[in-house]
Design a protein around this ligand. Sequence first.
Ligand code: ADP
Ligand code: ADP
Length: 228
Amino acid sequence: MIHMKDVYKKYPNGIVAANGINVEIKQGEFVYVVGPSGAGKSTFIKMMYREERPTSGDILVNGINLAKLRPKRVPYLRRQIGVVFQDFKLLPRLNVYENVAFALEVIEESPKVIRKRVMEVLDLVGLKHKARMFPTELSGGEQQRVSIARSIVNIPKVMIADEPTGNLDPETSWDIMNLFEEINRRGTTVVMATHNKEIVNTIRHRVIAVEGGLIVRDEHGGDYGYES
Ligand code: ADP
Ligand code: ADP
């Protein structure tokens, strides 16, 4: 599903954020990526959806080699990967329905299919009744639900989340985690960078710890392993 081979990433400023990463993530896995700030977690996951390119090494996602992927093919890759961010990144001028429908409109799905699919995912995230509201009218937790709905509307095989609960209070964070659990139960691979010790130590999954651009620990059902 996701395979990194000898991945090395040096930013133009000389910082090495990935220093020889080798990892394999199988279809259907749920993986937490943990580590201190500046460890290289974001770089690690950004390379999985081609937001960053490795300086050397190979990255295969769904059989597509991202290191060799032509820029023209990046949108095609992105349709197979759902991405969720800490700060939601919703389009402020579009309502909830439109934010979610957007991903299907760009691939020119029929209006009938779009309507059905958007309402299905809004139902899944519990926001069908708020379809006409705008992002600023929603709580943080609701905005994150919309961004999760948007990320799964294309039925991606993999979902990548960078600190999805980072801006949410503890209770809302658990609700959002339950959604990720449900999406994973339905077969989607989930890769999630997080600083949430409570969650990692309670909802047990594979834990990959990154430090200094290297994987320093990789344990199924492992714990968070840091103080906070
Ligand atoms: P984390 O997500 O674990 O906090 P990052 O992957 O964001 O770590 O960063 C790893 C290192 O790479 C840090 O030293 C950071 O300052 C540096 N870095 C991240 N993004 C860039 C960038 N676009 N340009 C230069 N350096 C960067
Ligand atoms: P750029 O060419 O500047 O990298 P992109 O088109 O890749 O711009 O991304 C535009 C914005 O959408 C960025 O904020 C990026 O992080 C975000 N983004 C990229 N890929 C996805 C995705 N698959 N799902 C959701 N948001 C994405």
